[in-house]
Design a protein around this ligand. Structure first.
Ligand code: AMP
Length: 436
């Protein structure tokens, strides 16, 4: 059998590739209005960045990361050598750690500077079990803002994400915005202990994974899809009852700003999100009712992450959204991917002797910015018309020997089927008048 794309990966064929490009362009436009500018970081980073940044006990680090290893280093490993940290590389499972690393490495937020607002788009890699909406290579668009802890950053980020989803066509009624606060290093440790103690009391009703989580990362049990665990965790202590004064005030302001902007949301005190770095605000936008893969995107505040990766204390806020999940949501709403193909002018030749003239005309049209095509396979006139139709040509210029001798072509409007004789030198101007 011919070689297939690896499990859990997907080709973006032309229509979808063009859609992805427009999706990113929309993000640049919407996020740009809030001051976000692009940054692109490597797809591979030192493994240590993710282990320290995302948190060792998270699912992503413990089992979902792809290690990137050169043939030579693999040989060394198999021979029992250990690799230096610099040589231990992983494919990025998410974008935040790399962006924060770049901000620290290039000192993008010097002391006293205004916050830096960055956006990115591109593939992420997680060794998960592939299923609908869950791939091993998937595309995210995300933003990170470093250098400000004010709740205005959180609120404008959440509003911006909702505006983006609406701009790409996801209906407002089709989305749920959940918000929560995870507290900070003052209030979270006590809360974590309270949840651990509660889980211990109910450990016989928990799945094996959650029993393990009890020791390593008890808050992750809130994300367990097992019904028994969900029932137990529904009555667990709520973080929002345990927030310190500053965190409660911060959370209150985020909500007030969302209220003021008329952005509907639901508070969900069980929303913890997968990664360890979150502090204070966390949020998620969900769609449909497929509980497992219903998150379109989400994020939150990470005021300790810059220090985790070796920088000075720099508060941060960010989110990522899943491109493939958005496409699924749009398709569930009935959207079909628009065709990437466009053709403004197709030049057809009555016989082969005219191909050089056709070639020149096509070239003139392209130089003027129109999408122009001709036949490259010596087809009959009839099948050249079929091809023009297939390409969705708006106009077809028919070059016959008599017309060519007079320096003219017949220009046919494929929508109205009307035809006119146009001089060769006028075709491009005529296209401009008709199509622009
Ligand atoms: P996370 O970094 O886990 O918060 O993910 C952010 C968003 O990326 C999610 O809300 C999903 O839309 C998307 N996403 C995460 N993991 C996958 C995956 N394995 N396949 C496709 N999309 C994903």
């Amino acid at each position: 059998m011919a070689i297939q794309a690896p499990e859990g990966t997907r080709d973006l064929l032309p229509d979808e590739a063009a859609f992805w490009d427009r999706f990113c362009a929309t993000a640049t436009e919407v996020f740009g209005a809030y001051g976000y500018v692009p940054i692109y970081t490597p797809l591979v980073e030192q493994t240590e960045l993710f282990v320290r940044g995302i948190g060792e006990a998270t699912d992503v680090v413990s089992k979902e990361m792809f290690t990137a290893i050169s043939g030579e280093n693999l040989k060394r490993l198999l021979e029992g050598e250990t690799l230096k940290a610099k040589k231990r590389l992983s494919l990025r499972p998410e974008g935040t750690a790399g962006v924060v690393r770049a901000v620290v490495q290039h000192d993008l937020v010097p002391q006293g500077a205004p916050p830096v607002k960055l956006m990115y788009a591109g593939p992420m890699f997680r060794a998960e079990r592939p299923q609908r909406g869950r791939q091993r290579q998937f595309n995210q668009v995300g933003i990170e803002c470093l250098g400000a802890e004010d709740p205005t950053i959180d609120a404008e980020g959440i509003i911006m994400l909702m505006r983006f989803f609406e701009r790409v066509g996801i209906e407002r009624d089709n989305m749920r915005l959940l918000v929560n606060s995870m507290g900070c290093e003052q209030c979270r440790p006590a809360y974590r202990e309270a949840v651990r103690a509660y889980m211990e009391q109910h450990s016989e009703q928990l799945c094996d994974t959650c029993r393990e989580r009890m020791a390593t990362n008890p808050l992750r049990a809130f994300d367990c899809k097992n019904e028994g665990c969900a029932a137990v965790m529904a009555n667990a202590p709520k973080i929002t009852d345990e927030l310190c004064e500053d965190c409660a005030e911060h959370y209150g302001q985020v909500r007030a700003l969302l209220d003021g902007a008329d952005v509907p949301y639901m508070e969900d005190p069980t929303l913890v999100r997968g990664l360890d770095y979150y502090t204070r605000t966390v949020f998620e936008v969900q769609t449909g009712d497929d509980r497992a893969q219903n998150a379109l995107g989400g994020g939150g505040r990470y005021d300790k992450l810059a220090e985790e990766v070796g920088g000075r204390p720099t508060p941060g806020f960010g989110f990522a959204l899943g491109y493939e999940r958005c496409v699924l949501a749009l398709q569930d709403q009935g959207m079909e991917l628009p065709s990437a193909q466009r053709c403004d002018l197709f030049v057809a030749c009555v016989d082969d002797s005219l191909r050089a003239v056709a070639f020149q005309l096509v070239q003139q049209g392209r130089d003027a910015g129109f999408v122009c095509e001709m036949d490259h396979q010596h087809r009959s006139l009839k099948s050249q018309f079929k091809l023009a139709d297939k390409l969705g040509a708006a106009r077809v210029a028919v070059l016959g020997p008599d017309e060519a001798a007079r320096g003219e072509v017949t220009l046919r409007d494929m929508a109205t089927h009307t035809e006119a004789l146009v001089s060769l030198g006028e075709v491009v101007d005529e296209l401009g008048r008709a199509l622009l």
